[in-house]
Ligand binder design. Structure first.
Ligand code: HAM
Length: 449
């Protein structure tokens, strides 16, 4: 019999980490699963975030920010102590005031806290529609589209129980993917309410406890059977996917109110031409949901193979559970990195709204000063201009203008300075013409029409 390998205690691990000194001469690299976003990639971020914000604002949502750091208990109570996010993935530490602090792993609990703390239930405009864009942290196993620091676009409606709210948020996500030319499909289910779900969960446990079914379960699911049986349905392990094939479906066990609510959500979606797939195994990995749950999957994803682009649902009991007044609510979160990956995969061309169409070039110290002022005036008047005033060589400046694919280059040299003129070069034809400097804006407007 070999000896059981010794596992290190948290304290030993902490000591080891403290003593691990970076090699003095070597660069200290970034942490695993945490990325830099370089300027080239930011073009995609601009596209995604601008589109998302204008879409979400159109439906009357207002932006909110919440802190990166929150009390650990906030997530334990809302997301759920047993969930992977809280029990395995959350970054936590004890600060110098002995406070248990978490780096936010999801946005909804912070938004709920903020809604309660600022008494938003008494705002004149109801329901309260909030959106949020920011970084989240989960210590997951890094891979493409799964990072330890990532960004979400998140929206929530507080104070509306009707199915119209569920349908509207699904529609907004659906529209967003469409406008970004990302093929996404809506997967939807209802997981009932505290009235009907316990009966269903009993049946589910009975089903999974049958020996032939139980034997197929992965070790994690064997634990889930006791702690969180609903999660057995969305385990991605092949044996668990096989095991669930004949499992009872919650849709057949909903109470009348939950069934009516779900039918209405689907009717609205039909009316709005939102294509969806009923997925009886979709339960979502967070504790607070009731009734409608949904995910946005990319066209090529099968459950188990690829992570969702976004997900959300209704959570009518969470606000009260977190210390607020009873407030029905629903919302979703969509991962920005995953959207960007899809756009890159499909080679969707980027159109840059700020693409310059004018380049200002200069030759000589005096004309450089005039050109700098001229450039400022172009900016104030709303022209999209580019420059590189640190270069003195005209050829190098024209090369840059070419790279930027501008339509016109405006050249100020010594001669033009003396004459009060400016050269306008059409970059496509290479034709250059001299104009009275005072008339330059008139000429630009004519040519850039
Ligand atoms: P979630 O399903 O945990 O839901 O996350 C939503 C989305 O965030 C995922 O579908 C994915 O696109 C992105 N995401 C999650 N983890 C990672 C990761 N490690 N790397 C990159 N992207 C990731 C929630 O967070 C809920 N708070 C959504 C919600 C809002 N429900 C109601 N309101």
């Amino acid at each position: 019999m070999g000896r059981k390998p010794k596992t290190k205690t948290e304290r030993q691990k902490n000591e080891e980490a403290k003593n691990k000194k970076p090699n003095e001469n070597k660069m200290i690299p970034r942490l695993r699963g945490i990325r830099d976003i370089l300027p080239d990639e930011y073009r995609y971020w601009d596209l995604v975030l601008n589109k998302a914000e204008s879409m979400i604002k159109y439906y009357g949502f207002l932006r909110t920010e919440t802190p990166v750091l929150e009390n650990v208990a906030l997530y334990e109570r809302s997301t759920g102590k047993q969930t992977d996010i809280v029990s395995k993935e959350m970054y936590t530490f004890i600060d110098r005031d002995n406070e248990r602090v978490a780096l936010r792993p999801e946005a909804t609990p912070g938004l709920v806290r903020s809604y309660i703390e600022h008494g938003m239930f008494s705002l004149p405009m109801q329901p309260v529609k909030l959106y949020w864009i920011g970084n989240l942290f989960r210590r997951e196993k890094p891979q493409a589209g799964r990072y330890r620091q990532f960004s979400q676009i998140d929206l929530e409606i507080f104070g509306e129980a009707g199915a119209v709210a569920d349908a509207q948020i699904i529609l907004i996500g659906y529209n967003l993917f469409k406008e970004l030319q990302i093929d996404a499909q809506v997967q939807i289910n209802s997981i009932g309410c505290p009235n009907c779900r316990p009966e269903y969960v009993k049946k589910l446990i009975e089903y999974y406890k049958q020996r032939p079914v139980r034997n197929k379960l992965c070790p994690d699911c064997k634990k889930r059977l006791i702690k969180n049986p609903l999660r057995l349905l969305d385990c991605k392990e092949e044996s668990c996917v096989n095991a669930r094939a004949a499992a009872p479906q919650i849709i057949d066990h909903l109470c009348e109110e939950c069934r009516d609510h779900f039918v209405k959500v689907l009717e609205y979606l039909d009316e709005l031409n939102v294509v969806y797939t009923l997925n009886p195994f979709l339960v979502r990995g967070l504790d607070y949901y009731n009734r409608t749950v949904f995910e946005f999957w990319s066209e090529d994803s099968e459950q188990g193979r690829q992570d969702a682009l976004g997900g959300g649902g209704r959570y009518d009991y969470l606000v009260e559970y977190m210390g607020g007044r009873p407030t029905p609510a629903c919302g979703w979160g969509i991962g920005a990195e995953r959207m960007i990956l899809k756009i890159k995969e499909k080679n969707i061309p980027l159109v840059d709204a700020n693409q310059p169409n004018i380049f200002v070039a200069q030759l000589g110290e005096a004309s450089k000063r005039k050109a700098m002022n001229f450039f400022e005036e172009l900016r104030r008047r709303g022209y999209k201009a580019a420059q590189n005033f640190v270069k003195d060589n005209l050829k190098a400046q024209l090369e840059l203008a070419n790279k930027l694919a501008v339509k016109l280059t405006l050249i100020l040299g010594q001669k033009e300075m003396m004459d009060g003129t400016i050269l306008i070069r059409d970059m496509e034809s290479g034709m250059q013409e001299v104009f009275d400097f005072k008339k330059v804006y008139e000429e630009l407007d004519k040519r850039l029409k």
